[in-house]
Design a protein around this ligand. Structure first.
Ligand SMILES: C[S@@+](CC[C@H](N)C(=O)[O-])C[C@H]1O[C@@H](n2cnc3c(N)ncnc32)[C@H](O)[C@@H]1O
Length: 224
């Protein structure tokens, strides 16, 4: 059963693991995919909203009854042990994801992660690289809207930190190297939007300068 291209893309990036955690699970589709396909022995699905968690409880009822799926009502990694094999956080802002990963009491860098931020991908990449994460995939895909997805793992103790250039941090290393169609299309759309904004009357000089700098970076990306 398909739940749409975005969910299918996320599922295709999830790997077999002992324990899977879906943070901000809402409907619980990805957890169902992991359990139904034998990709994890146990799953923790959590959400800060009672209503959202209830949707997943209903969808996953048979696995909950078997004791293989455990629902947690709470913020971020509350109730999620550091020993969890793989974490999915999708559909919230990059800033919110950073708050979850860096929470003073419950935060940690997961062994493996799939993160799909709705915005602030650049901040999230920077956080991951500076805080013990190792990014293995980071690309843009399209499903009606454009989405960034960042896949990775905890960096090994003696493993060197990845050195991303400022452009790679802003746009994603894989996007710049492989230029997937969705990334190029989104870049063209952003350029188009900027060109429209620049025509706005009474645009503040500082805003104009910011827009022009961004326009230059986007044009640079297209000409790479
Ligand atoms: C837009 S939905 C995305 C659902 C699903 N992950 C997906 O990608 O389709 C975002 C979900 O995250 C939950 N959420 C937001 N902030 C959260 C947090 N700090 N901890 C746990 N859940 C959170 C919301 O209640 C909501 O159910």
């Amino acid at each position: 059963m398909s739940y749409g291209k975005r969910i299918d893309t996320l599922c295709s990036l999830l790997e077999k693991t002992h324990t899977f955690a879906d943070i901000g699970c809402d409907h619980g589709y990805c957890t169902l995919y992991m359990l139904e396909n034998g990709l994890c022995r146990r799953a923790i699905f959590s959400d800060i909203s009672k209503g959202s968690l209830q949707k997943a409880q209903t969808l996953l009822a048979r696995f909950v009854d078997e004791g293989r799926a455990i629902g947690v009502l709470g913020d971020g990694f509350y109730g999620v042990p550091k020993s969890v094999g793989e974490v999915l956080i999708a559909g919230m802002g990059g800033g919110e994801m950073i708050s979850i990963l860096s929470h003073p009491r419950y935060g940690f860098m997961p062994e493996k992660f799939v993160l799909q931020p709705m915005h602030d991908s650049e901040k999230l990449r920077k956080y991951l690289l500076e805080n013990g994460g190792y990014i293995t995939r980071d690309f843009t895909f399209e499903d009606g809207k454009y989405y960034d997805v960042i896949v990775g793992r905890k960096r090994g103790e003696n493993e060197e930190r990845q050195s991303y250039t400022p452009l790679e941090t802003e746009f994603g290393r894989e996007n710049l190297a492989l230029k997937p169609k969705a990334f190029i299309d989104r870049t063209k759309k952003l350029l188009n939007d900027i060109e429209k904004y620049l025509l706005t009357e009474n645009l503040q000089q500082s805003s104009r300068e910011e827009l022009l700098k961004r326009k230059e970076r986007l044009e640079g990306v297209l000409s790479l």
